[in-house]
Design a protein around this ligand. Sequence first.
Ligand SMILES: Cc1cc2nc3c(=O)[nH]c(=O)nc-3n(C[C@H](O)[C@H](O)[C@H](O)COP(=O)(O)OP(=O)(O)OC[C@H]3O[C@@H](n4cnc5c(N)ncnc54)[C@H](O)[C@@H]3O)c2cc1C
Length: 472
Amino acid sequence: MTELARDIVERLKVAAGPAGWSEDPDEIAPHLIEWRARWHGKTSLLLKPDATDQVAHIAQICNETRTPLVPQGGNTGLVGGQIPASGEVLLSLVRMNRIRRVSPEENLIIAEAGVVLATAQSAASEARRLLPLSLAAEGSCTIGGNISTNAGGVHVLRYGMMRDLVLGLEVVLANGNVLNLMKGLRKDNTGYDLKQLFVGAEGTLGVITAAMLKLVPQPSSYVTAIASLRNVAAALPILNDLQGATGGQVSAFELIQRRALDLVLREIPGTANPLAGEFEWALLIEVSNSAVLDATEATELVLSQAIERAAIGDAVFAKTLRERESLWRLRETIPEAQRKQGVSISNDISVPLARLAEFIDLAETEVHKLLPQAFCITFGHAGDGNLHFAILAPDHEPILTNLRSEIENAVQECVWRLDGSVSAEHGIGIAKREALRRQKSVQEIETMAALKRALDPNNILNPGKLLPAGLT
Ligand SMILES: Cc1cc2nc3c(=O)[nH]c(=O)nc-3n(C[C@H](O)[C@H](O)[C@H](O)COP(=O)(O)OP(=O)(O)OC[C@H]3O[C@@H](n4cnc5c(N)ncnc54)[C@H](O)[C@@H]3O)c2cc1C
């Protein structure tokens, strides 16, 4: 992209308001690098409006002058979608951070796009409700980013992905029109459900400025347990038994490979292995207690039956809130411990539930054919068939870096052989644009491109992301 014309920059600055822009490289710098430091962006202009009409005015100027724009929330995305890779104007939504309304009666919250997820969770909690989206980046990621990536996290099993929580949206279109989809009706069969188009669109179809989200009753308490597992195949029957015994109250079912746990124990201060004996795999389980269910009894019963048939070796229940937090720390800090190892190749995949073990065996074998010294770690949301499969080679980083695309391709081939998805929750961004050609049919991709052309004919919104090259 050529340098931004000065007159356009001045118009955009006026549209964003006096406190709504920056040309200071030091202020802009943190917005240009992401969590894994894989993509480095560049831009001379950061816009940070704090009102919907400002966003609308910015989009209208960009559309008229064919100036590309990259929306950004908390910059925790893992596929580079929020990075202005070619000098685009960067539109940060973080100043749009007001909670407009919390209604415990209607079980909903209306939050602006830049509200940090943890802030929205707290607002719901103050109203004695639960906003049931939880992920390790919740202290930084924003509601707009969560919707644009259709975020998942640890409670998808019980409450669904972000898509399932969106009751309404306010969106600024590429031409600057504001689409108000905030009726919030739980039932409304009057044609296309437009709000769903923007969920998971990664900022390519519109800029989300506010959202109405579903809240659910707060569980009265949680039963949290960690258990060592005989093998991955033993996990699914335990999940089904637990769902049966608790009437579908399982809110998390996380698989942790011993190697991932060992990284946490080594890298994260204050962590300890609660389990006795030798094991290769562990399960972190959480069941919500409601007024009518003794989830502790039900969970204990299922896990003791699993111990009797040797599917589980040892199990430890959290007895206090502090113990619950310690168990979750073993899971939540895996990405941090992994990052401390240096370069890694991370894959966020899903396969049919019954094929989890098959995927791990196949993928490890294929990776070792390319790099025998590689060290694979697997963890993730087993209850959703979603695994994070990472490849490290601490003593052979230059080789790992050189082999990145071959290794990524090999893992993706394994996913496709097992009818899975190469992006279960992190999205496409820059990272997986070309893989989309194999992931989706020609007809699906053509329909996506037609939508993009209809809503953003001048291709100003996050160009070069999501759709494969040549289609935007
Ligand atoms: C430690 C860690 C753990 C994570 N765990 C999970 C997990 O368990 N599950 C999961 O799903 N993800 C996870 N992620 C990925 C990430 O947190 C999510 O994708 C999150 O939803 C991104 O929110 P954000 O505000 O940071 O968005 P950003 O990173 O700023 O942007 C992400 C995408 O959304 C677009 N976008 C942002 N805001 C808007 C807007 N208002 N309108 C239109 N487009 C917009 C951007 O252009 C970009 O394409 C994790 C990330 C980290 C670093």
